[in-house]
Design a protein around this ligand. Structure first.
Ligand code: NAD
Length: 524
């Protein structure tokens, strides 16, 4: 019997990692110890990794603790243009061998990486808290999702390496196989500093591509840790090349290079569109049309209908808007509330938000930590000023303290549907509350932005649910729950319109984006 089962059938089905809530004293103690260990490593230097060789540079990126920017989490080598070119050459050379490694064998590297990440879970959690300001549960959610991506894409690779049915024809033996694309530029954001960076890299390599990984400067230490972990599990040199650096200096060069076959990007609309435009230009010597997978911003709405459970809606809006300081692409930044319950909703929301505790996320009693950097603090602050003119400030609006980048959770009510703070991605703890005349009006407002990432509807009415299933134009739609917290495999994730190419990370179609199909016919 053993001989008849495939590798995929022999392994346990995919199951999401449970997220720790740190109520277990053993978990709490482990996290405190991990925070201390990571702090002991503050100021460590992280080199580039090109073709397996560690390369130091004169220029460095300082990754700071946003809760206390005087603390340097790590000094990361910053690649020059010449070093970025070296990385592309190393990836091009490594591709020739890596593409020949059978997919099930490549999957084993992901399984091993997941196992090691599980062992080091608290260290990764602690680093996410200290490098990007995640609360303990948010940090653990990011690490758990990283493990999930590795486990899920490894299984997906096994599935794709099995035969794909084609229609039989007399006199021929036909098959269709999936082969890799080539050298990919992987460009992740800082906000899911572990999960998105690991997910895009894992999908690239398991399908047989080689990678030039350019992380965000705000989260380059976690990327350096992961690149080290890949070396530990024996990933061959050159398969993942690590080149942190300035987007405008080396980012453009990498994206437009003729040997880059595809770009896997997650980040803002502005940078995504810029990359898409650059990638569309054919460089001399380029043999292909580059593929761009770009997952971009959001301006996500929660609609609260007249018949909703108001308390549940208040809770869902508060956690979706202010979890990780509103710095999730799926964060609720617009609550669209039926006028018949509007006043009650706003009063209850105000009371709920007043309970949110803001402070250093290394202290688990704080729900909200700092925003990621000075630039974010300034730009969110400017939006708050705009919001005060565009609506009625009912909570927050101020910076807290002068050391870290802390902001109060901010709620602005009576905002017009076309106001700037109702249309532009703020990417911080600022929520606009919009009054809708009725459900038709609410649905129209929900669809009135250029984005289409996540959305949620609170209602007890089946007809409204049916209507929203058809008309609420978002890649991830939720009913009677928060708009954040997509689980790998359960909620394949990606958005419409200016939210990106709807690549559905964590879904069964995702790996196809990193491969091309080859049909082989033989006369028999
Ligand atoms: P960003 O666009 O500023 O940066 C993203 C990445 O692009 C970083 O690694 C950055 O260094 C790099 N970059 C910048 N300029 C570049 C250039 N010219 N060439 C190549 N690379 C360049 O975004 P961010 O601030 O890191 O992340 C926040 C944004 O990401 C938000 O808009 C958020 O909505 C979005 N996001 C989207 C999703 C999704 O799945 N749709 C998920 C997470 C985050």
């Amino acid at each position: 019997m053993e001989a008849m089962t495939t590798t995929l059938e022999r392994i346990a089905p995919f199951k999401n990692e449970a997220i720790k809530n740190f109520t277990d004293p053993a978990d709490e103690a482990a996290m405190r110890a991990a925070l201390a260990r990571v702090k002991d490593r503050f100021g460590e230097r992280y080199p580039l990794v090109i073709g397996g060789a560690k390369v130091d540079t004169e220029k460095t990126i300082r990754s700071l603790n946003p809760a206390n920017p005087a603390e340097v989490v790590g000094l990361i080598a910053s690649a020059s243009k010449a070093q970025a070119l070296d990385a592309i050459e190393a990836a091009t050379a490594a591709f020739e061998q890596w593409k020949r490694v059978p997919m099930p064998e490549r999957a084993q590297y992901l399984f091993k990486a997941a196992a090691l990440l599980r062992e080091r879970r608290f260290e990764y959690d602690a680093l996410l808290t200290l490098e990007v300001g995640k609360s303990w549960p948010e940090a653990d959610g990011d690490t758990a999702e990283s493990i999930d991506f590795l486990e899920f894409y490894a299984r997906e690779a096994l599935r794709y390496s099995e035969p794909h049915p084609v229609v039989p024809i007399d006199g021929e033996r036909n098959e269709m196989i999936y082969i890799p694309l080539g050298v990919g530029a992987v460009i992740p954001p800082w906000n899911f500093a572990g999960a998105i960076m690991i997910g895009m890299t894992a999908a690239s390599i398991v399908t047989g591509n080689t990678v030039v990984l350019k992380p965000s400067s705000d989260s380059a230490v976690i990327a350096a840790w992961f690149v080290d972990l890949l070396a530990e599990v024996g990933l061959p040199a050159g398969v993942v090349n690590f080149v942190p650096g300035s987007g405008s200096e080396i980012g453009d060069l990498i994206v437009s290079h003729p040997k880059i076959r595809y770009i896997s990007f997650t980040g803002s609309k502005e940078v995504g569109l810029h990359i898409n435009e650059l990638a569309a230009k054919t460089a001399p010597g380029q043999k292909w049309i580059k593929r761009v997978v770009a997952e971009m911003g959001g301006k996500d709405s929660i609609v609260v209908a007249a018949d909703a459970d108001i308390d549940a809606a208040v809770e869902g809006v508060a956690v979706s808007a202010f979890g990780f300081q509103g710095q999730k692409c799926s964060a609720c930044s617009r609550a669209i509330v039926d006028q018949s319950i509007y006043d009650e909703f706003v009063e209850k929301l105000k009371a709920r938000v007043a309970k949110i505790k803001v402070g250093d996320p290394a202290d688990p009693s704080n729900y909200m930590g700092p925003v990621v950097n000075q630039g974010a603090l300034d730009s969110i602050g400017a939006y708050i000023e705009t919001g005060k003119r565009e609506g009625r400030l009912i909570h927050g609006g101020n910076r807290i303290g002068e050391t870290g980048y802390f902001l109060e959770p901010t709620v602005i009510a009576d905002v017009a549907p076309d106001a700037r703070i109702a249309q532009e991605e703020i990417f911080g703890p600022v929520l606009a509350v919009i009054k809708a005349k009725n459900f038709d009006d609410a649905m129209e407002i929900a669809n009135n932005t250029e984005f289409g990432l996540t959305g949620s509807l609170y209602t007890t009415d089946e007809q409204k649910i049916e209507r929203a299933r058809e008309d609420f134009f978002v890649g991830n739609l939720y009913f009677n729950r928060k708009s954040t917290g997509a689980f790998v495999g359960a909620h394949p994730f990606g958005g419409f319109n200016m939210s990106g190419t709807d690549s559905k990370a964590g879904g069964r179609d995702y790996l196809l984006l990193f491969m091309q199909a080859k049909t082989i016919s033989r006369k028999v």
